[in-house]
Design a protein around this ligand. Structure first.
Ligand code: AMP
Length: 289
């Protein structure tokens, strides 16, 4: 595996791979890799014969009072995991490389960027779309793989790719969970034992709504309320939002019909976690892509 720090070098390596007829798959990450990330790399590997992974803790997507400074960084371990997955290139630029002092451009998907996490994390999705647009231009992937774990991020990126005519196919991998259902996340490292135990309530809440949808409940308000009442059983959980929305527009829905995104965010201590499930009236699939 080649480690590349510079955007120009990354671009050159990708162009060379393309000229040799390679199909480029790309998985952007912020590092502190876990099985969720590795599952996306395997999806890229199955569709492409040249896989690039980026590790970049993107300051633009963190709010002023968020965890940028203490975000987990496990670079040596990440490199070993990526080697073992047979990744061709790790692109790990510095902040100065990605955002030179002279840079003035941001990419923002309007409206969608204000919904779900965008409402509680102002500027977050603008930071995501700006960095992902830059990474797409640097890596020029044919396929880029994202996790359903960040369902709103998927919607925002798909909209950006459509609106700006990016020549890339977006693939989405299902949510990888721990044994008790907690969605894997780099931020799970922040949790102490009691918080870690409490955090499993998120998935239980989503499952309750899923079971009710399976049995035919179509009212979004009823399903949201059922999930909310499960979260309320865990006094240490502080709910940020729980919403039933259209997975493409992220607009709230009244009735669950053909695939409604039920998304949740909550704090356990100082740690904010997110999760979601796709609901189908009469049938639902946990974290399906
Ligand atoms: P991050 O490093 O947290 O920015 O995540 C990088 C990519 O991995 C994003 O596309 C996430 O949606 C995805 N991802 C994170 N956690 C999981 C998970 N538990 N299952 C599947 N994909 C995930």
């Amino acid at each position: 595996m080649e480690l590349i720090r510079g955007a120009e070098q990354m671009h050159a390596a990708a162009l060379q791979a393309r000229s040799q007829g390679r199909r480029i798959g790309f998985v952007p990450t912020m590092g502190a890799l876990h099985e969720g990330h590795l599952s996306l790399i395997r999806i890229a590997r199955a569709q492409c014969n040249w896989v690039a992974v980026s590790i970049f803790v993107n300051p633009l997507q963190f709010g002023p009072n968020e965890d940028l400074a203490r975000y987990p960084r496990t670079f040596e371990r990440d490199c070993r995991l990526l080697e073992a997955e047979g990744v061709q290139v790790l692109f790990a630029p510095t902040v100065e490389e990605m955002y030179p002092a002279a840079s003035k451009t941001i990419v923002e998907v309007q409206e969608l960027s204000q919904r779900l996490c965008g409402a509680s994390r102002p500027g977050h999705f603008r930071g995501v779309t700006t960095v992902v647009a830059k990474l797409f231009n640097i890596v020029r992937p044919e396929v880029a793989v994202f996790g359903q774990k960040d369902a709103a991020q998927v919607a925002v990126i798909r909209r950006m790719v459509g609106d700006l005519n990016f020549d890339v196919q977006i693939a989405v991998g299902p949510i990888v969970r721990d044994r008790d259902g907690l969605a894997m996340s780099s931020r799970n490292r922040y949790l102490d034992a009691a918080e870690r135990k409490a955090a499993s309530v998120l998935y239980r809440a989503l499952l309750r709504a899923q079971q009710m949808a399976d049995r035919g409940e179509r009212s979004a308000a009823v399903l949201v309320e059922a999930a909310r009442s499960v979260v309320a059983e865990e006094p240490s959980a502080r709910l940020d939002y729980i919403e039933a929305v259209n997975p493409e527009t992220l607009e709230p829905v009244h009735d669950v019909t053909g695939g409604t995104l039920l998304a949740i965010a909550a704090y356990f201590g100082a740690t904010r976690l997110i999760d979601n499930v796709l609901l189908f009236a009469g049938n639902s699939r946990a974290g399906a892509g």
